[in-house]
Design a binder for this molecule. Structure first.
Ligand code: NAD
Length: 332
């Protein structure tokens, strides 16, 4: 087996600590060689836990380390694209968290930098990876549901609890200063749709409300997305609610329905003739992070393009920006 790739992590907050670093530690093909966080204590705590030799609050110091092959960037999305570009310029491959940027001009600069440097960028659309979404896509692409299709997606997260968890409230509030939940959690949803449909977006109509006037953006967005092939997606994304409605992920067609249950970890196809189910035994999120990392390593080793890469990152952001614009149009 070839030598383990040496990976650094920039941004040691929630998702790095809970998902990326455990995935790295479980993978024999990579070594966690450096950690960076602007809040040095965070990086130091993880460095102690995992015996990581280089720990710093300055990402430039980490990027100067010639022995590093790649970095995983887990910073807030208004910071991420700038660090992605500097990492590429320093000769490092990048797995960056989603969304890859919060505006399209910057996202396209990241893509241009990727092309200019020859290093690779994978975008962290983690949950498209693995057998559940791949099976769903196969059912759709084989015409098992017929056509046209209606996608019904609802994602609700980030409970509103300012007294109980002030740190979380402040973090999500700051994130909403850079766009509604459609830009942030919606990045995954837009990527699911991009992954599942075989058609371009024709038009988007969107509505959003702020459930409290002090929120910096709408926190409950409802969008209708029309595709050129006649498919329709109805997407609801909500943050900062004290209680969540049921989330859903269903695809309805003339021949049947396909359901993706993220909590019970299965996809199911029901037609008039049969019911087919694919269930995942291992933890769904952990498996998605593991496969995401494996694919990133394989692209580096085999010198093949990362998928999802910057093209998918830009497609997702283009759709969520259309949703944002649609909400603005309907507020005037
Ligand atoms: N793929 C997924 O399932 C998933 C899930 C949650 C979050 N995310 C994404 O991951 C990213 C991080 O989210 P989080 O919840 O971990 O946030 P977080 O606030 O917990 O962590 C971000 C960290 O980045 C650090 N940071 C900020 N600027 C920095 C800089 N210039 N240099 C070094 N460190 C810097 C902060 O100090 C903080 O520790 C976001 O883009 C979010 O959208 C993805």
């Amino acid at each position: 087996m070839s030598e383990a790739l040496r990976i650094g992590v920039i941004g040691c907050g929630d998702i790095a600590a809970s998902r990326h670093i455990p995935a790295i530690m479980a993978c024999p093909d990579v070594q966690l060689a450096a950690l960076c966080d602007a809040d040095l204590m965070r990086a130091q705590q993880l460095a102690g836990q995992y015996q990581v030799p280089l720990v710093t609050e300055d990402y430039r110091e980490l990027l100067q380390s010639e022995s590093l092959d790649a970095v995983i960037i887990c910073t807030p999305p208004w910071v991420t694209p700038h660090l992605t570009m500097e990492s590429l310029q320093a000769g490092k491959h990048v797995l960056c968290e989603k969304p890859m940027a919060v505006d399209l001009v910057t996202a396209k600069k990241v893509q241009a930098t990727e092309l200019a440097t020859g290093c690779k960028v994978q975008v962290g659309f983690t949950y498209r990876h693995g057998p559940l979404l791949e099976t769903l896509r196969q059912w759709i692409r084989e015409g098992r549901l017929g056509s046209p299709l209606v996608y019904r997606l609802g994602i609700f997260d980030e409970v509103w609890d300012p007294e109980g968890n002030k740190e979380h409230y402040d973090r999500i509030y700051r994130t909403m200063q850079h766009g509604s939940p459609s830009i942030h959690d919606g990045a995954h949803v837009a990527d699911f749709l991009h992954f599942l449909t075989d058609s371009a977006v024709a038009s988007v109509d969107a509505y959003g409300i702020r459930t409290r006037p002090e929120f910096p953006a709408t926190n409950y967005d409802l969008s209708m997305i029309h595709y050129e092939n006649g498919d329709i997606a109805r997407v609801e994304i909500g943050w900062f609610l004290p209680h969540f409605p049921n989330g859903e992920f269903e695809v309805v067609g003339p021949k049947g329905i396909a359901i993706f249950d993220r909590f019970a970890q299965y996809v199911q196809l029901k037609t008039d003739k049969l019911t087919e189910t694919v269930k995942l035994e291992e933890d769904w999120a952990a498996s998605c992070f593991r496969i995401q990392l494996d694919k990133f390593i394989a692209s580096i080793r085999m010198d093949t393009p990362c998928v999802p890469g910057t093209a998918e990152g830009i497609a997702s952001l283009a759709l969520t920006k259309q949703i944002e614009q649609g909400i603005r149009n309907n507020h005037n």
